[in-house]
Design a protein around this ligand. Sequence first.
Ligand code: NDP
Length: 330
Amino acid sequence: ARRIVLASRPKGKPTTENFRTETVLLSSPSPGEVLVKALYLSVDPYMRGRMSESKSYVPPYEIGGVVGGGAVAEVVESNDDRLQPGDIVSGQFGWQTYAIVPAKHLRKIDPALAPITASLGLLGVTGLTAYFGLVDICKPQRNETVVVSGAAGAVGMTVGQIAKILGCRVVGVAGSDEKVRYLTEQLGFDEAINYKTAENMTRALKHACPNGIDVYFDNVGGDISDAAFRNLNTGARISVCGQIALYNLEQPDVGPRLLTPILIHRALVKGFIITDYADRFPEGVQQLAKWYRDGQLKFEETIAEGFDQTVEAFLGLFTGANLGKQIVRV
Ligand code: NDP
């Protein structure tokens, strides 16, 4: 099997030098284990956090260890009654072409439900993050204005579409004109802003949200969030989902600190980690799958071809190379 390990901890922006590909010989699965062949790998922004030494809500990767993360695989050999060769499963075995995994750590996927890659996106972590982060924390009401940053990414485009289903006015912030067009023309966003070309984000958001912002779903942090804070309505709710604009900074971002609008407008700001909702995942998947089947929720993915493209696909998340969920076809 081939696998990608963390060769060194990135300083600032990660580079290909931080990773190394190794070839290992696998034995046969012991009782309770299965041998799987990876079909699709997930690359995700949170992995950047695990590449650093500092403790977070998940432990850091070890130097020389396989880069862990979600994957979809086919069972090749099974030493457990629950799984048979040919079964399609999802698991957390990370960036490797084959792996021996305890059967209890794998979840069988029904390929009839949706394309199997959906278990890494819309019907997996990113879809659930969008659903609970928006619906549970922000409680969007009909006709309210919802702003989402990182809007053309996996979480962001799902947030915007759910907000539309709930009858909100939706404004997305994304990093290219192509993404802006996609959001408004394909996904029904009311407006979208290219933050890379906008002269003044505060004014651009004010213009796009004539009634102010009731809900801000934050995937990126930094200047875009500062601008959103300057346009809040009284009683606004803010879901702090991600801060990708800050993940590669070598020095912390110290300003501007805009908590005065939070005070004045009695806004609620809440961070969350999707695993907090583990007990409610079945409810989330059921609702997302229903909207998907009804044609109300689309999912988009960018597929990198080949295991060797895994690191590049990961690095592309920080330059906005992806539209929707970035995955790798092994
Ligand atoms: P995306 O599919 O959104 O990919 C990342 C996107 O972020 C890129 O496409 C890029 O789009 C944008 N981006 C990159 N750098 C910057 C920057 N400096 N400023 C603004 N935008 C930037 O990834 P996900 O949907 O998987 O994740 C979205 C966010 O949600 C991440 O911050 C992630 O960490 C977080 N997350 C949090 C979870 C939780 O439990 N709280 C669970 C899952 C994800 P563009 O072209 O628009 O710049």
